[in-house]
Design a protein. Structure first.
Length: 196
């Protein structure tokens, strides 16, 4: 039978409940380090996306060398122009996705593992990369994801054939909804700034 002597609870087998509790809590606390796998994977995926977008940029520029060739017909030049715009939008989309992955990885690290000392000490560090809590991470990711959606919308609009006034009305409605989303995002930031 356990007895209480005014200090820690002593068990008949001579163990100390506080030691077991301390060890268990240490195991629970250190289990947060499993997040390091998500951090490494996110940053590796971000590097991969930066690589893909950069290679796409190089290939696009190589193909545009012929754009100024006087022997190229106007139709071919227009086709090259339209293709280049589509590629640029895709490249921007790739870089934005890489940025999301980078912010996500850095944010997870700061939330679960440790603050990044170089980021806090650096004057050139952007506030985008400083994550104080889960709401900061969500807000930053939401902004970049919204930009990805806007770029994707723009990319789709470039390839959609317009057959009548109703198609243009749909386009205008889509643009208006994007404007509303940007306005609401900005308004929520201002409201958050006033309440802090």
């Amino acid at each position: 039978m356990d007895h209480y002597d005014g200090g820690d609870l002593v068990t008949p087998i001579g163990g100390n409940v506080k030691n077991v509790e301390r060890i268990f809590e240490g195991l629970i606390w250190n289990s947060r380090l499993v997040v390091i796998f998500a951090v490494i994977a996110s940053i590796a995926a971000a590097l991969g996306m930066f690589y893909i977008a950069t290679v796409d940029t190089v290939y696009m520029l190589v193909h545009l060398v012929h754009y100024a060739d006087p022997t190229v017909s106007d139709v071919a030049r227009k086709s090259m122009h339209d293709a280049a715009i589509g590629h640029v939008v895709g490249i921007v989309d790739g870089y934005l996705l890489a940025t999301v992955l980078l912010i996500f990885g850095l944010g997870l690290y700061e939330l679960f593992i440790s603050k990044i000392d170089q980021a806090a000490a650096s004057e050139s560090s952007s506030n985008v990369l400083l994550i104080r809590n889960l709401d900061d991470l969500k807000a930053r990711l939401a902004k970049v994801i919204l930009m990805i959606l806007i770029v994707s919308f723009f990319e789709r609009v470039l390839t959609i054939p317009f057959h009548g006034p109703l198609d243009l009305l749909y386009l205008a409605a889509g643009i208006a909804l994007i404007g509303l989303a940007l306005y609401l995002t900005h308004a929520s930031e201002e409201q958050k700034g006033r309440t802090q």
